[in-house]
Design a protein around this ligand. Structure first.
Ligand SMILES: *[C@@H]1O[C@H](CO)[C@@H](O)[C@H](O)[C@H]1NC(C)=O
Length: 324
């Protein structure tokens, strides 16, 4: 509520706490148990009388990162001589999903609020522009490129598949959310399943389980080329393309050029090396900076340790994209 200075000179202040309200909404409203539907965009309309008396920036960031499109309607915003009271000038821009004006509306006074109904409805229904519906977990095409060479062995290959499944589990999978595909390679390559083959998480996890161990050589360069052709060529334009390559040895063929092509095509490439994998190759395959995209573990039993690291990285990279 507006901070008013009355004739007596004493301040009457009222609390307007949209920051706290946004935190509350993020935690409580948009959960499955409260009826949240996957696939339908999440929208929060925040109405502020005057200006916030708490901070909105951090709470809004968390809301955005969990996929909530925040709209700000400011009613009777601060006039010139009141701006000194505003804790965060530009608070609406700190909160909204994009700072391009689409997400914020100013209303002169409460009597004029009804005039914002039409424009607001129009924007909320323009789902293509609800950019915050996209999160690190629901907006990628992820292609796994799996080394099935002889040195891996049947038992370790199962561990690799478990690793692929554990990573996949973290994402929201459907035909409109994240999609998963997989290629296995030795000297040769084969498409295990493409992005459009399965569109539920359980189908994807079952398909991963069914991948049969091939055994053979290690042509990692050819495998990257193959994945670009067979998987990523069929990626949707609005999806982030992520390649996660897992290998346990040095490649028999050149990886430099295939890796360059992948990076050039905008495929964000993670290289996960196990045991005999060559660190220098991992760093060439991985997207720059290598420390964020190349991971090495000394044995298959330690692969599980990279799961949270890879997820964390995918998400922090996604969330560090510019917001305007
Ligand atoms: C996969 O997840 C299961 C269950 O959390 C865990 O026991 C296993 O060690 C994980 N394996 C890998 C390779 O990530």
């Amino acid at each position: 509520k507006r901070k008013q200075t009355n004739k007596g000179g004493n301040d009457m202040s009222f609390l307007v706490l949209p920051g706290r309200a946004i935190s509350f909404v993020t935690k409580n409203f948009f959960s499955k148990t409260n009826g949240n539907r996957g696939g339908a965009p999440n929208v929060a309309v925040v109405m502020v009388d005057g200006w916030p008396t708490d901070k909105v920036e951090e709470a809004s960031r968390l809301a955005r990162e969990s996929g909530i499109n925040i709209f700000f309607i400011t009613i009777e915003g601060a006039v010139e001589n009141e701006k000194q009271y505003v804790l965060e000038p530009n608070f609406a821009n700190k909160a909204v999903c994009r700072t391009n004006g689409f997400y914020s509306l100013n209303v002169q006074n409460w009597y004029g609020l009804h005039k914002s109904v039409q424009p607001l409805v129009k924007r909320v229904c323009d789902t293509d522009r609800l950019a915050c519906s996209k999160t690190c977990l629901n907006s990628a095409d992820i292609g796994f490129v799996i080394d099935g060479s002889s040195s891996v062995g049947t038992s370790n290959f199962r561990t690799v598949l478990q690793f692929v499944a554990n990573l996949s589990k973290e994402f929201e999978i459907s035909d409109t959310d994240t999609r998963i595909g997989a290629v296995q390679y030795t000297y040769e390559q084969r498409l295990e399943f493409g992005f459009d083959q399965y569109n539920t998480k359980s189908d994807v996890l079952n398909a991963i389980k069914r991948v049969g161990y091939w055994s053979g050589g290690t042509s990692t360069g050819a495998a990257i080329n193959y994945a670009l052709e067979q998987l990523f060529k069929k990626s949707k334009p609005n999806k982030r393309k992520l390649m996660i390559l897992i290998t346990d040895g040095r490649s028999y063929d050149d990886i430099r050029i295939p890796a360059m092509v992948a990076h050039h095509k905008g495929v964000i490439t993670y290289a996960i090396g196990v045991a005999w994998a060559a660190q220098d190759e991992l760093e060439i395959i991985a997207t720059h900076p290598a420390r964020d995209h190349a991971f090495f573990v000394d044995e298959f039993d330690n692969l599980y340790k990279s799961v949270p690291k890879v997820i964390q990285n995918i998400c922090s990279e996604f969330n560090s994209q510019p917001r305007n």
